[in-house]
Design a protein around this ligand. Structure first.
Ligand SMILES: [Ca+2]
Length: 115
């Protein structure tokens, strides 16, 4: 997230189905996924339960997970990517990411991507 903000952009955070669909349509034919402004946090009373929080620290009230997600498959999937089909997947925060920088494609340099 800091990378996009450093470049003068913002992190998209769809808060309802219409915004999610609009973001997904932006991706179609351009990029595979878009990093969203959501991050996982552990429930202090149940370390196996995770929540996804918005940038202001409030809990997300809208979610559009791909079936089987969020699965925390890598054990540290604390960020969220949106696919062109509109579904979300929790991913490692160091994975390659494309951000919506006010309509300009901003991508973390590949040297910083884990693959
Ligand atoms: Ca996942």
């Amino acid at each position: 997230m800091a990378e996009a903000m450093k470049r003068g952009g913002h992190i998209a955070t769809p808060r309802h189905p219409t915004a999610n669909a609009a973001l997904a349509s932006f991706l179609y034919g351009k990029v595979a996924v878009l990093r969203l402004g959501l991050q996982a946090a552990l429930d202090p009373s149940n370390a196996t339960k995770r929540y996804f929080l918005l940038g202001d620290g409030s809990a997300a009230t809208f979610e559009k997970w791909r079936p089987g997600e969020p699965n925390n498959a890598a054990g540290n999937e604390g960020c969220v990517d949106l696919s062109a089909d509109g579904h979300w997947n929790d991913v490692e925060c160091i994975s390659c990411a494309v951000f919506d920088c006010l309509g300009i494609k901003c991508e973390i340099p590949t040297s910083r991507c884990s693959g």
